[in-house]
Design a protein around this ligand. Structure first.
Ligand code: DC
Length: 219
């Protein structure tokens, strides 16, 4: 069966990651978590005390990012999956992701990967910049209170207790940073199908999106 490419963009904590993993497994497609790449670069630059405004091409050339067979992100050979999922890195990443030089570097890596078809890529500028020819483009949104409650549950499972209001303010500030940066802001592609995740469960979201894809594939 001919494979297609699928671009999933949207607000923070709309379940893009979980849905992408689910779809990749169901369809036997490769997944690409572009946010993990921005997080990995942020983690490495912060560790070296390089602030976003000072990043140079030489700094970036020394960062080798790749995904392992286990789906984890590796930076210069080190599995950083846990290091990049902290709240500190979540807060810092939008500040690095707004820098043109960093976006250019990650875009080059991403475009190299998605030359073939059979990819489900998720992020903020996938449809507009990385895979404008993706056959299916989705844009996930949702009420920030509900998203904050879901994120609180996820954190609780990791043993982290966080106030829901703090999470909501943080999510809104990340969305604001992503939507208002000068370079490649988060904007819905004109061909993208917008999906409001507020009233649906994670399972319903996964099934609904899978049904859109299967319909397109004629299954
Ligand atoms: O999806 P995520 O939360 O892992 O993304 C982390 C940050 O990276 C988020 O603040 C937005 C940024 N990002 C981006 O600017 N462009 C992308 N294609 C993916 C993520």
């Amino acid at each position: 069966m001919k494979k297609i490419n699928i671009a999933i963009d949207g607000l923070s904590a709309t379940g893009k990651g979980e849905t992408t993993k689910y779809l990749a497994k169901q369809l036997n497609y490769k997944l690409l978590d572009s946010g993990a790449m921005y997080r990995g670069v942020t983690w490495d630059l912060k560790r070296k005390n390089i602030i976003p405004e000072d990043v140079t091409e030489i700094d970036l050339a020394s960062i080798h990012i790749e995904f392992g067979e286990n789906g984890h992100l590796y930076v210069n050979g080190k599995d950083v999956e846990h290091n990049i999922r902290t709240e500190v890195i979540s807060k810092l990443t939008p500040q690095y992701a707004k820098e043109k030089i960093i976006r250019y570097y990650i875009n080059k890596e991403l475009k190299e990967l998605v030359k073939e078809r059979g990819y489900i890529a998720e992020g903020r500028d996938i449809a507009n910049n990385i895979m404008p020819d993706a056959e299916i483009k989705l844009f996930l949104v949702g009420d920030s209170e509900i998203r904050a409650k879901r994120r609180q549950e996820q954190l609780k499972k990791k043993g982290i207790l966080e106030n829901v209001e703090t999470i909501r303010i943080d999510l809104e500030s990340r969305d604001h940073a992503d939507m208002n940066r000068d370079v490649a802001p988060l904007v819905k592609h004109r061909e993208a199908i917008e999906i409001d995740t507020t009233q649906i469960s994670m399972d319903e979201q996964n099934e609904f999106i899978l049904s859109i894809i299967q319909k397109y594939l004629g299954k």
